[in-house]
Design a protein around this ligand. Structure first.
Ligand code: IPM
Ligand code: MG
Length: 361
């Protein structure tokens, strides 16, 4: 009997629906090859949800996500809903789903595909050997602390509790153990009280539970510098919510395009939310040129982390590598040829089909 997995799809806004459609088809092609059955439920989130229901995270969506084995999200937001004075914004849907599902650990792996080394603005010798995992705390910190918004004065609060820090650091330290055994904790302990608690907590927890993992502390401003100066030195990075948000956009540029990077958001259970780290890219939405690979690679993370289907996850990753090896590129990666490479520029659907053609052989 094949296993049935319940997956909630949240295409969202902008290019979200296009990249999620290709990923769904990819999972459908994969299913019989690994004797899996996927039961998909498509739900509203973000701007489209505001338009249709008034809420960026309708109750039906939340319930479908709570019942699913995993959630795959495209992107939320766009100019139509970006009035800062608006009472509801698409991004609130994304923040609320992370919080409601208790997904406190956001895993953002940054790996350089050698085929795309010329896509980065950094020199190939700086990029050689880059393979890092950023673990971003996702349901606390300044994103969720007490805030007030007035005409003359406004504030946000960077609040962390010891247990919030401990649980995300455990995720990062376990990941480091399975990799090169090094953890870099990022904070701003020279200025912020919440960062001093962060650092103390990391020091104590690592000494007690992970003495075998090498630990270093970096200030966030210095980290931005080291990330582009010596990116290959990093193994696992762990940081609070806002710092992780900023650092992962920077780290994404090592890989050349936001269109290549997947992410997983996990909590205590196995169920998680998987999404590309790029946004809704309204400038190219609806044109059929968005890069679906970050979302397809997010589905590989979904298979690995939520479903425990490692072989199926690898099959997707291998198929993506083979599509790149064969020279296929979406337009975001079109100007990145090395002198001995010939490439063919293809659209979203064609890229999806090419990846699917490499599954299972
Ligand atoms: C991300 C995004 C979100 C965040 C936005 C869209 C709310 O930038 O996932 O990195 O800040 O977390
Ligand atoms: Mg971000």
């Amino acid at each position: 009997m094949s296993k049935t997995y319940h997956i909630t799809l949240l295409p969202g806004d902008g290019i979200g629906p296009e990249v999620v459609a290709e990923t769904r088809k990819t999972l459908e092609t994969l299913a019989p090859l690994f004797d899996l059955t996927f039961d998909f439920s498509e739900q509203l989130i973000g701007g489209i949800a505001i338009d249709e229901t008034g809420s960026p995270l309708p109750e039906a969506t939340l319930q479908a996500c709570k019942q699913a084995d995993a959630v795959l999200l495209g992107a939320v937001g766009g100019p139509k809903w970006s009035d800062p004075a608006a009472a509801v914004r698409p991004e609130q849907g994304l923040l609320a789903i992370r919080k409601e599902l208790g997904l406190y650990a956001n895993l953002r792996p940054v790996k350089i595909f050698p085929q795309l080394i010329a896509a980065s603005s950094l020199r190939p010798d700086v990029l050689a050997g880059v393979d890092m995992l950023v673990v971003r705390e996702l349901t606390g910190g300044v994103y969720f602390g007490p805030r007030q918004e007035g005409e003359q004065e406004a504030y946000d609060t960077m609040l962390y509790t010891r247990p919030e820090i401990e649980r995300v650091v455990r995720v990062a330290a376990r990941a480091a153990r399975g990799r090169r055994g090094k953890l870099t904790s990022v904070d701003k302990a020279n200025v912020l009280a919440s960062s001093r608690l962060w650092r103390q907590t990391v020091v104590r927890l690592m000494a007690e539970e992970f003495p075998d993992v090498e630990l270093e502390h970096l200030l966030v401003d210095a980290t931005t510098m080291h990330l582009i100066r010596r990116p290959a030195d990093f193994d696992v990075i762990v940081s609070g919510n806002l710092f992780g948000d900023i650092l992962t956009d920077e780290a994404a540029m090592l890989a050349g395009s936001m269109g290549m990077l997947p992410s997983a958001s996990l909590g205590d259970g196995k169920a998680g939310l998987f999404e590309p780290i790029h946004g809704s890219a309204p400038d190219i939405a609806g044109q059929g040129i968005a890069n679906p690979l970050a979302t397809i690679l997010s589905a590989a993370m979904l298979l690995r982390h939520s479903l425990g289907e490692e072989d199926a996850a690898r099959a997707i990753e291998t198929a993506v590598e083979r599509a790149l090896d064969a020279g296929y590129r979406t337009p975001d990666l079109a100007n990145t040829t090395l002198p001995d490479q010939t490439i063919e520029v293809v659209g979203t659907q064609a890229m999806g089909e090419i990846v699917r053609s490499y599954l299972g052989d």
